[in-house]
Design a protein around this ligand. Sequence first.
Ligand SMILES: [Zn+2]
Length: 1085
Amino acid sequence: MFQFIPKVFSGVDVWKTQTSLCTQVFLKAGTLTSPFTGISCVSEKTRKEIMTKGSSGMEVILTSLENTRDLQTILNILCILNELLTVGGGRRVGVFVSKGGTAIVLQLLVQSGKEASPSEELMLHLHSLLAKVGPKDRKFGIKARLNGALNVTVNLLKQNLQNHKLLLPCLQVLRVYSSNSVNAVSLGKSGVVELMFKVIGPYSKKNTTLLKVALDTLAALLKSKMNARRAVDRAHVPALLAIYQDWHRNDTRHRHMLIRKSILGCIKNITNIKLGRKAFIDADGMRILYNTSAECLPVRTLDPLVNTSSLIMRKCFPKNRLPLPTIKSVFHHPLQHVPASGPVAQLYSQPPGVDDVVDESDDNEDTEVDTENDTENEEDEKDPRNDDIETDINKLRSRQVLTRPFEELRVYERFFREFSEDFQPPRLKDTPVDLDSISISKAPESKLELELVQGLSQLLLDASQSVNGGCGGEGPQEESGEQAVLEVPDTAALLPLHDPDLYLVMVKGTCSVPGYTEVAYPDYFGHVAPNFREHILERVYGVQRSKIFQDIERLIHPTDILDKVVYDLDFCPVIDDGECLKFNSQFESGNLRKAIQVRKFEYDLVLNSDINSNHYHQWFYFEVSSMRVGVPYRFNIINCEKSNSQFNYGMQVLMYSVQDAISGSPRWVRTGSDICYYKNHFSRSSIAAGGQKGKSYYTMTFTVTFQHKDDVCYFAYHYPYTYSTLKMHLQKLRALRTPQIYYRQEQLCETLGGNCCPLLTITAMPESTGNDHICQFRNRPVVFLTARVHPGETNASWVMKGTLEFLMSSSPLAQSLRESYIFKIIPMLNPDGVINGNHRCSLSGEDLNRQWLTPSAELHPTIYHTKSLLQYLTAIGRTPLVFCDYHGHSRKKNVFMYGCSIKETVWQTNVSASSSDLQEDLGYRTLPKLLSQLAPAFSLSSCSFVVERSKESTARVVVWREIGVQRSYTMESTLCGCDQGKYKGLQIGTRELEEMGSQFCVALLRLRRLTSPLELRNHHTHLLDMESDLIETRCNITCPTTYVMEEDEPAFLEEVDYSAESDEENDPDADHAHLDPSELSQNRF
Ligand SMILES: [Zn+2]
């Protein structure tokens, strides 16, 4: 034996240096010879196996444990293991688990449990060991269940409630069992919930460790809906609240914060079910948690209690429908063709009362019975990250299919006169079709026009009066004539494309569904980008929490709430007692539906849905007046829909002060403090939400202190850019034509709302009418650009403005670019959406960027005809070199691109290992790479070239796959700001957005030089160097760009908590969602 022991341990590779420790363990264990006496009973064959070269010490020990029947030996080995795993930390536990230790110990436990009176010492050792191993073994719960260990522990507990020495390790093991949801259900059936209530009790300084473990076990068990119901039925909700209050009162020195938090954890899980929430409200839980939280607030270490309390209160806050007669948009635009299965038909066939909200997450479906079987038989699940990525290689391959016969496409020839232009006199026939002439002919009759002007001048007059009256001596008083004259800021020099008078003319030709007659000042005056920096806000700790508490106060102190409607599009006349703000948004792109004064200086605002829909609220644009100076006003937009927002990451709203404009600073500025974005207690019914589970709304709250008395201020989600602004800019751009510039502006089609969708053609005039030059002119590659399919993404229009201004400029670079390409540009794909203040849709109530696969000429004319233009180009062999659709991104920073690559998509899915033989030109990377070198706001690392299944009907993917444009992109500009490059830490402004648009042009010029074989021949080595530099970076792509996650924000000190209820993915009863399928195929339990 003495020789044997060192031999055993010579094989130990797990804790090579710990031999002395082991010896100590032996010594401690009693006698030197007894620990391994069991091994002498082991057969010669097994001993040989143990001694085989390569088996680790852990294997040796475990095999010994498995093969011995001698209690003392078992105890000794367990003792050794306990010591080893205590000292060795996670790595040794890892080895123990990987060598199958868990199952061996569990089997031992079950065997011993079968004995009439199992050794208490053995049980203690086994549970102590399992308590150490359990939390580190991901499959512990399932192993314990399959081995039948649950009942052994539960029975032991029941018999030893007073035996604290044994109770603790048993509870620790139980806690780990309970974290598996299938186990939780089965333990609940065995009465373990009740058992835990016997262990926990009122405040006591004794046995706090035990109490904590019992509470955590209970909390884990209560994640099961069945257990939660059991707890509600037995009146445990008031009991838990009473226990919490007791600890809150007595734990005056906050030594037991964790116990208090565990009690809240139990309440949190019970209130996941509807019955639990009701029991909580009935037990006055709101008031109890509100008051205890208020007392905890001053102590920073108690933050976890305040945060958990806040979470529970938000979850239990009774769900309300929005304070609206219906969530359908106020305005309805009757469509000529309403497809029966379309969203509009569905919307208007909904039953009355559809908006009524019930507490949705119901707990009546008893699905738990089946859960177990489902779990065990679960097939290998695909990596959920890949769910949305296209995996069908055939679908990924570009297939230029002509979906329409060429004869049909031939009508588009007229939009491509440059391909046949011969520039021979007489030039008269080339007079371009003029957008303005179209809109003028479509302009409303002079009567309406007159009303419009009167309405405007009235508005203007009011404002200018208030300027004089309000500002007293401080205001601009020079013009004290009887005539109130509005001083329009002189911005001609700063804003060459802006002209207030021209803007009014353009407004007259714009058709809106509500028939707007007013013009918002910011659009009339124009916006001069400020020359100061606007930093991304630092997130202030505790803002979200304090806002949420103010919301909860509404429920606790309802009499403090005014609830006064001060603006309402549904019922227009609203009482104005001079005690509140005035709101207005009845102008182009405006979309405020209702304003409710809730406290003296706090307003709830409700945005209108996109026309002919009942949702998509995010964009906002409205006017406020009658404000008091120096008072912080809180505004809450209560029906936002996205689950997260850059408003939580330093983005501010935009404000435009008419007073500032008149005194020489016409500009939008980032403003607002205490900004945050969180899920609120308003929701819509599941029917109204289109069959999905009822959706909660989110609140975007901000606080503003006004600087000027009698000001008129505007607030917007992002820098507004109306359709009328576009028309004005185009008119001004056309005036910039020089003899070198070829510029045409045509009407691509008319929109559903009766507006014109402009199409621009920009290139350089041929150098001469000589054959060569005409030939070069006609054969320039086509670059196809589009923007603003999503009306709420106004930044896309500012980027487009930058591109257009560059293209029309007189710089040599611009001339060179025009000589390189023919630009076909549709600067606004969704004019109706923009005009009517929509966020996402067109008048068909649909997202136009999801219609590219099969656009309808009747419902989606702009998409239908744009796609036709592209199809025509392909049909005549002139497929564009580049296609880019400009967008805005609400949840990420910087500017970046989405492109399409088969390889990167396949890489991302890991589906096909044979992807290496896929051939793909890496040219799609060149433009983003160039942009990252040229444009400071652009971030290459944010780009993605993965083709998502959910994006298969977007412009980018369809143009890539069907039209065959290899360089087909979506360019996304942040609404917030940058976290890299020259603008790091700054919010984005129109100057930066316009710069992005012009740098895009510069990048195209470089791309031309890189892609033109002729140029490469004539050009010199530096271009070749650059090309090879680019190729080099291409070759370095060993893994694809990061798959684009929904959010890319770092964690904050204060956890940003959006969810106020249990989400589907966190459904504690959906255990299989957390199981590693590989464990199911392994039968090594
Ligand atoms: Zn978009």
